[in-house]
Design a protein. Sequence first.
Length: 393
Amino acid sequence: MKPTTQLPMPDAAMQQHSVALTEHIIQRIQQAGGQIPFSEFMQHALYAPALGYYSGGLHKFGEQGDFITAPELSPLFSCCVAHQCYQVLSALPAEQRVILEFGAGSGRMATDILIALEQADCLPAQYWILELSSELQHRQRERLQAEAPNLVSRVQWLSQLPDAPFSGVVLGNEVLDAMPVERFHVAENAALERFYVTWQDEQFAWQVSNEEMAELNTLLEPFLDTLPSGYMSEYNPFLADWMQNIARCLQHGLILLFDYGFPRAEFYHPQRDEGTLMCHYRHHAHSDPLCLVGLQDITAHVDFTAVAETAHDAGLNIAGYTTQASFLLSCGISDLMQQIDPNDTVNWLRQTQQAKKLLLPSEMGELFKVIALTQGLEDVPLLGFSHDERARL
Ligand SMILES: C[S@@+](CC[C@H](N)C(=O)[O-])C[C@H]1O[C@@H](n2cnc3c(N)ncnc32)[C@H](O)[C@@H]1O
């Protein structure tokens, strides 16, 4: 639980919370015979019921939390997403329009999208939020109640995907990067070794095992010759099932996933030899997922080629892939900015600064990508993908 130097020290209550989760994970390690795969450690650290970083009651989002996501940063982001939703929803009968959002955080995006779609006279009949944390469900409901009380009756919280197929739009902002990943490295003999977590000398520690990882071997085959020994990285073993489940219940519509990441050739670039695991704690980013257990976010960048492959295998159409900047520009962020009153200098400056963060290549503009997956939609070019980069996947 000890933070790496330079990180702020958690207060006593937070330390207690972390100790409770640590004990929970130690128990799992003992039950498993002394070690668990890193993916299981990450699953507990983020989602152990009532104790994990996302399932516990910590304040994670925004200035007071650990990190800021695009919808938290500026309402312009969600307005642009609403424009893309409009294109798909307006072609559906009103009573069939559904939006399903995965992991809705503070409820910022849901609130702003609903308000924007109400103004466009294209409200979904239902806005479903699939949220794993009951504390976050509560916060989302409070925000909607406060800022869009007339729309809250359209929102329904789900704990799993619906049984019956539906039509509309599925949204996920920074959800894929919060899914547990396996960590591995390339050993001296060029074999791939999986990382496990054990409890040693009163702290969590790494262990490696050279068991066969067939799925990873296949995925990395084209790159293996280029990766030096000691090369470390991650992969998401849960993506294929997740995608299959969504594809099964989306009858007709669009899935839009926003996240930071790269096509596979960049993800497994020889120079990215320490992988992409990143932890966020009170706006400090570092790379030690074994400390501050339950108090910090743990993320990995997204291999967008894997997203496209799993979507294809699940029968979805890969309808677009582009950078966040290009998506927002195509969805009309410049027009939205022109509507901001320049005489209200403080607001104008604030919104301009926020838009720069969303768009600049040195900020979120290029690292963040958007992928569009469709099912049963006519081959209409999607609004946000006029500059399409699918060829890079
Ligand atoms: C970094 S937060 C992003 C929150 C919010 N979308 C935003 O942009 O502010 C990641 C969210 O993804 C959720 N998440 C991760 N895996 C999920 C899954 N399989 N189903 C639903 N939510 C998931 C987490 O619970 C968490 O709320």
